[in-house]
Design a binder for this molecule. Sequence first.
Ligand SMILES: Cc1cc2nc3c(=O)[nH]c(=O)nc-3n(C[C@H](O)[C@H](O)[C@H](O)COP(=O)(O)OP(=O)(O)OC[C@H]3O[C@@H](n4cnc5c(N)ncnc54)[C@H](O)[C@@H]3O)c2cc1C
Length: 294
Amino acid sequence: MPIFKPAEWIAPKTVEEALDVLQKRKARIIAGGTGVYELAKRGMLPDAEVLLDLQSLNLEFVRVDGNVLKIGAMSRFTWLLKQAVFQRPELGGLLDSMKNVKPAQVRNVATAGGAISISLPFLDFAPSTLAFDASVVLVGAGGKQRTLTVDKFFLDYLLPDLRKGEILTEIQIPIVPSSGSAFMKLGRTAGDFALVNVCARLTFDKSGKCTDSRISLGGIANTPVRSKKGESALKGQKLTKEIVAKAAEGVSSEFEPTPSVHGSPWYKKEISKTLTRDVVYKAAERAGFPVEVK
Ligand SMILES: Cc1cc2nc3c(=O)[nH]c(=O)nc-3n(C[C@H](O)[C@H](O)[C@H](O)COP(=O)(O)OP(=O)(O)OC[C@H]3O[C@@H](n4cnc5c(N)ncnc54)[C@H](O)[C@@H]3O)c2cc1C
């Protein structure tokens, strides 16, 4: 028996046409389809009459506009991984997170916009955008546009702040000079969803003091989260082994992680501690200010 049987499939050529369909029909947007498939399999898309396929829209792009990286919502991960801009040390954490979307067949079709719009806490790219202070551009009826930071966009599990009739068209990521970033994940197997993942973006002044820090985690709450305790332990410091250990401890003590069949809250706390330590070391190294270990 088919898991999902919309009567129609529509592939508009422009965002305006797509918005028009969303106004008039009970339509479900489909980008790469990897998340839609999983939702349909679980009987979570009972109402959709129409699949609104965004593939013909011109939304696969990366542009650097001043100090902002703009990623088109329909950019597929395999395509994004080939774009030179992600070789910049400031964006290393995003590159790591996209490489961690597995298997390759999923990376070939899954899109950056779809990964954010589904609002799941255990994916890889979406939690990392939180460490980058990313924003999403949403376009609704009549072309009305809003821009929201991702911390406001992820309202709850499978609940993005997408209003009826809106399409996410672009993700905007500030590129912070003199910063480095890194992302790591632990899953049950190398190709599995994250039990926990952590992304850090660290900014340094010329003397090597950490002037700003962002640490985001996936897999431990209903949405991706930022660790204020971990961040404040690093801010204003020259990073040493002891400072990083304090930050990792702060991250692990800040949350009571959601349990899962593959990991108890205690285990997730231990993993978040280890991953935080490792991503901070990597991010600092990428920024050119390795953690002092003597
Ligand atoms: C076998 C398998 C393995 C996976 N492994 C991983 C993994 O290791 N790491 C990981 O991070 N993820 C993994 N995923 C999940 C996958 O990355 C996400 O489901 C995916 O990123 C969603 O992107 P998509 O383009 O396929 O979105 P779709 O499935 O097309 O859409 C997802 C949701 O977002 C909505 N939507 C999509 N685009 C827009 C838009 N532009 N505007 C508004 N709403 C929109 C859709 O209506 C739907 O509700 C895996 C999935 C599968 C099936």
